[in-house]
Design a protein around this ligand. Structure first.
Ligand SMILES: Cc1cc2nc3c(=O)[nH]c(=O)nc-3n(C[C@H](O)[C@H](O)[C@H](O)COP(=O)(O)O)c2cc1C
Length: 254
């Protein structure tokens, strides 16, 4: 394996950080790596919020399912899917008037635009993860930033065409985190198909269950039941879906 592949294969999410600040030069390298990520049409349909106020970190730790380690992350970046910047640029460029002259309705950002912006933001985020890893800085995604849309909108001053699709905590890993074994993954055969999608039969699921790390099966001894009750229908998942519906009303209802 080359160094890049080794880095990718050995990375693990880090949720406990040394009490060491991330030097400005390192932070800048992480941000610059994010900005070099591939982006749809080179439009950079995202913005990055660098959360530096401790009180705001603490509030986000609460609103993101009470994950206290968030407040202890020396660096906290929120990746925003962002069509507002371009939309405002359209307005500033006289597009409403031009559309009127041409007898065309002006198009507003819709669901497809949102998904494209989410792709951009997430790809930039993963570049930041890999750049940080190469500097010995660990990271952890926080999907719960998609919850509590109304609270986050107010807290972070988000306009209608901006949605926080993910948050990243960064920090130097503690010794215990360095020693911790990386998590396992499902086998390739359950994830990678050739040419067309494969739906699984009961036998496939039996094989998959047997090949899974025990952690997936949890106390119920079956991953389907475990994931359904502990993740898919857990309160955070219900809140995330409520929150995203609210955001969509705002995004596509303009
Ligand atoms: C979209 C996304 C959202 C995540 N949200 C959280 C989160 O809110 N809290 C957390 O502790 N880990 C979160 N994680 C980290 C995953 O739990 C972690 O990647 C997974 O368990 C595999 O472990 P590994 O990254 O160490 O290989 C998230 C990861 C992704 C990709």
């Amino acid at each position: 394996m080359n160094q890049t592949l080794e880095l990718i294969h050995n990375r693990k999410s880090i949720r406990a950080y040394k009490d060491t600040a991330i030097p400005e030069a390192e932070k800048e390298m992480i941000i610059q790596a994010a900005l070099r990520a591939p982006t749809a049409g080179n439009l950079m349909l995202y913005s990055i919020l660098d959360i530096t106020e401790q009180s705001l970190k603490e509030r986000l730790a609460e609103t993101c399912d009470n994950q206290t380690f968030i407040a202890r992350a020396p660096l906290l970046l929120i990746f925003l899917a962002d069509y507002q910047r371009w939309y405002d640029h359209f307005l500033a460029s006289g597009i409403p008037e031009l559309c009127r002259e041409r007898g065309q309705p002006m198009r507003h950002p819709q669901e497809g635009d949102l998904l494209l912006a989410c792709c951009d933001a997430l790809i930039a985020a993963q570049n930041a993860v890999i750049a940080a890893e190469s500097l010995g800085i660990g990271s952890c995604y926080i999907g719960d930033i998609m919850e509590n849309y109304e609270i986050h909108r107010e807290l972070l001053h988000l306009p209608a065409y901006v949605f926080p699709i993910t948050m990243l905590c960064f920090g130097y890993p503690t010794e215990q985190q360095i020693r911790r074994k990386r998590t396992e993954r499902l086998d390739r055969e359950f994830i990678v198909f050739e040419n067309s999608y494969k739906r699984f039969t009961g036998e496939d699921f039996d094989r998959m269950e047997q090949s899974m790390p025990a952690k997936y099966r949890g106390s119920s001894g079956n991953a389907g039941r475990q994931v359904y009750f502990q993740k898919f229908s857990a309160s955070f998942a219900l809140e995330m879906n409520r929150s995203v519906k609210k955001m969509l009303e705002n995004w596509s209802g303009q």
